[in-house]
Design a protein around this ligand. Structure first.
Ligand SMILES: [Zn+2]
Length: 451
């Protein structure tokens, strides 16, 4: 994800030197991802989204295989969900909800093991307090469009569907989402079908066949206009609020095919998903979020021609597109390694700017990253880029993870030279595509590739 640049400017504008502080308060425990009890193989969400009631309701089916023998209960992550019924392979099973731990524990009828495949179907509804947001007209902004959109990273998807909610497992997913017309639904992967319901609602069926971490599951619901582009026969789509003129959509997102081509070249791995969509949503709390094959972007990224001269969306578009490889295809195993997502996205954005605009633009971008990191290091705190001691996963999304991460990659690039860097990055992508990684994996891939 990427912070909105306005927020960064405001944060940087605080005068004077703040007292240096510790990144994590004393006594903050080291954080590890929970041990996986099962391998999640498929997640199917059949959901109705109701803007008027600000609710979501339906069934989440997690198909999973226990990793050890004797598993007699299963833990899914769920926060604030009203669970009505849980069925395992069709039979109703007892369950408990723990609001503090944000878990849903399902008791099985016996021990199950790696030879078993369990379909855990949860019927539920929710008025989500996080993770899924309902926005629309209000007194101050009577023309604001009605939209519903999700923001799962880092651990918020559990507020609107029950599943495994840590980055250390990967699964295929599908979403069957019903909404009131004229709203439409953008999801991950390929759109299989759109069905009109007798009651006037409409159902969208999306499926993502490339396994991914569940924080990348997303939905964007709105009265969108779809602007179509292509890259090497893959649909590239820009969903913008209806009423936006097409030129504005293309002004902000139209470089996407060129950016996809560049990252496909430098990683040695052509863009690997069925389509690439970007949806512009209002009131988004970040600049963008790299939901796999279906990035969510702030509608503030849509500019008129005059504003574009001062504030282009190129960096935001490149950052989220870079994540489709670094973050989505290769995912940090835990949030202590978040720089493997964000440092890469920032650095590959800078590399794209060098490719598109030359060395001066690259030098400018790197200087920007350096100043931004130094401001945080001098005024707030310093910490190791990889640390297990953080109070909340969101604290990890700071200038150390993004800008310093990018600066470290720039140093490695300098030390390896163009040829070694290119070989090393391609080897890293080749070896870890479809997996979760730690910093040791990057080090090992680079060392093996470059000697
Ligand atoms: Zn990012």
């Amino acid at each position: 994800m990427l912070a909105s640049s306005l927020l960064l400017i405001l944060a940087a504008a605080v005068p004077g030197r703040a007292a240096p502080r510790d990144f994590a308060p004393e006594g903050t425990p080291a954080r590890y991802m929970p041990t996986r009890q099962y391998d999640l193989q498929h997640l199917r969400l059949d959901l109705a989204f109701d803007w008027d009631a600000r609710s979501v309701a339906g069934t989440a089916t997690n198909t999973l295989v226990p990793l050890l023998p004797g598993v007699d209960s299963l833990v899914l992550y769920a926060a604030g969900l009203e669970v009505r019924k849980v069925r395992v392979n069709g039979a109703e099973r007892p369950f408990t909800l723990d609001p503090e731990a944000q878990t849903l524990t399902v008791r099985l009828d016996r021990g199950y093991g790696p030879q078993d495949r369990l379909e855990v179907a949860v019927d539920y509804s929710a008025h989500p307090q996080a993770g899924l947001y309902f926005v629309g007209p209000d007194r101050g902004y009577p023309n604001k469009p009605r939209q519903i959109w999700s923001q799962g990273e880092a651990d918020l998807n559990r507020f609107w569907f029950p599943s495994w909610d840590y980055p250390n497992d990967r699964t295929t997913t599908e979403m069957v989402a019903t909404v009131k017309r004229p709203l439409m639904v953008v999801g991950n992967g390929k759109l299989l079908e759109v069905t009109d319901q007798p009651d006037g609602r409409r159902t969208y069926h999306w499926r993502m066949d490339v396994p991914h971490s569940t924080y990348l599951v997303s939905v964007a619901v709105g009265d969108f206009m779809r602007v179509a582009d292509t890259w090497r026969d893959i649909p590239v789509e820009y969903y913008v609020p209806s009423g936006t003129d097409e030129a504005t959509a293309r002004r902000s997102f139209g470089d996407t095919p060129k950016i996809l081509e560049f990252f496909s070249q430098v990683t040695g791995r052509p863009y690997p998903y069925a389509k690439y969509a970007q949806s512009a949503v209002v009131d988004f709390m970040w600049g963008g979020e790299e939901n796999i094959s279906a990035t969510t972007q702030t509608a503030s990224a849509l500019h008129d021609a005059r504003a574009e001269a001062d504030h282009s969306s190129e960096g935001l578009v490149a950052h989220e597109t870079a994540h489709q490889w670094f973050g989505d295809l290769i995912t940090c195993e835990d949030w202590s390694n978040a720089w493997l997502n964000e440092g890469f996205a920032d650095y590959f954005t800078a590399l794209y700017k060098r490719h598109a605009h030359g060395e001066d633009a690259f030098a400018w971008e790197m200087d920007d990253l350096r100043s931004s990191y130094l401001r945080e290091a001098e005024r707030a705190y310093q910490r190791p880029i990889v640390t297990r001691r953080y109070a909340d996963p969101f604290d990890m999304f700071d200038r150390h993870t993004y800008e310093k991460g990018a600066l470290v990659l720039h140093m490695i690039h300098y030390l390896l030279g163009e040829e070694g860097w290119s070989r090393g990055i391609r080897a890293y992508v080749e070896r870890f595509a479809g997996q979760t990684v730690t910093t040791a994996d990057l080090q090992d891939a680079l060392e093996k590739a470059t000697g």
